[in-house]
Design a protein around this ligand. Sequence first.
Ligand code: AMP
Length: 194
Amino acid sequence: MVGRLIKVNVILFGPPGAGKGTQAKHLVRQLNNFQISTGDMLRNEIQNNTEIGKKIVEDMSDGRFVSDQIVNSLIEKVIFDPGMKNKLIFDGYPRSLIQAKNLEKLLNKTNQKIDAVFFLNVNKETIIKRIEQRKTIENRSDDDLNTFVKRYDKYMKTTKPVLDFYSKNSNFYELDGGSKIEEITAKINTFLNV
Ligand code: AMP
């Protein structure tokens, strides 16, 4: 069955392993929108051995952030793509205050806005269990435990403060990221009224 076409820009926010990608895929299926995962975009650059790919391979495999400049250049293309306008499901972006401010600027330039921010709040222990499962399924090299701890620390230091940028707005929703996937999906659907 083809999903309904609903124009909405959404940010899925939370620590690595919180289930942002899973919820993004549900929304994309349901709304015919686009999953904007900077992680996937960056892995793509590495796979295609592009100039960007060569620059970021070490940072990525070590769990470090790729520079805001590179991330912003990839995101810009997406936001200025007329076919994707108001159909953006951000997964793993923005990850720093600079990225959040840049996103705001680009959205303003293209007469767009964020319609909802969903914060999947989940504790470190739960994520560790999930990452060990995901590692087996997806064979992701950046997901061993040591790398996760680095990524989690980076999230706490650089990404979590971005919440202040969004949490005062009426379209900000905090969800228990430790609950079942279907329960989270149902809550997101209710908030989006879909
Ligand atoms: P993800 O698939 O979202 O978990 O991202 C995997 C890795 O890609 C991260 O650990 C970072 O090295 C890099 N990455 C993804 N998104 C961003 C971003 N918005 N800013 C900086 N680095 C990113």
